[in-house]
Design a protein around this ligand. Sequence first.
Ligand SMILES: [Zn+2]
Length: 327
Amino acid sequence: MMINRYLSNRPFRRSSTFPGNSNARVMKLIFVLLASLGFTACSDNDSSTDSQSPSTTVTTRDSGMVVTVQKADGITVHTLTAPEAVFANSTHIIESENSLVAFDTQFLLPNARDMRAYADEIGKPIDRVYITHDHPDHFLGSEAFNDRPVYALQEVADLIQTNGENEVIEKQGDFGADNIASTFVVPQVVEPGSLMIDGIAYEFEKVVDAEAANQLVIRIPNHGVVITGDLVYSDVHLILAGQVDPWTVALENLAAVDGYPVVLPGHGAPNDPSVYQENIDWLATAGQLIATVSTAEEFKQGLIDAFPNLGMPTAIDFVTPILFPAE
Ligand SMILES: [Zn+2]
């Protein structure tokens, strides 16, 4: 589990918000920049990650994805986390007595197919798949699950239907047709509320205007599990794709709800509720830096200095051209 010592308890400056931009612009920039860095095959086979508890196991797939398996009061929680070179996307599979429910579908096609292979290896049917938000690194792997029901919030399903084809074309151009699926699933609609699946109660919430415009948060209240989507980045620097203030409020709201010791993020390893304050502190620091420094280098170095233990510092580079456009 991450132990960071950084700029805790600094006053949060409400005035320091991310300059106006659209999420689409930021995500487009992210992928253009990543492509310019040169995509390399997954080669991180380090499986030395510490186990989080005696019931947690951590292994690494041939694809490079790290698999964390946790027991949570009668269900099993499987998390597959991509290497940091490809955003450290985390996707989750909840295993109950008779079936599986999957959350997000990975970004790259090889990882999506490996997630599907992993699910099939468990040996229980995939009841359904949920997409937490409309960013391409969360839905472009849905081809690997196109024989199963896929659900998302209405707004997310609409955006995937509208923008999905362009995302495929653009990302295939950046990453190659071998790495980006040619097709995707337009999800069916999940309404906020409660649902029983294989005897397990799930609660679905919509959070707006945080990292994404519409974010699905899923709680499994009787098992202490919350799936946060990209409201939470764990052990890695945040991609500042949303505005500091509403994102911070969303994290404060997550932190205010007790009883969910297992936090499953959109990026990075599974964590516990301490990750909320860590993300709040990161956003506060980013906001302070935006208000006080004048160069991308100062901004990035300030975040690296404040959070030396976080991985994926390239996440900072994705947004600096927008934050400091004059350079
Ligand atoms: Zn994401």
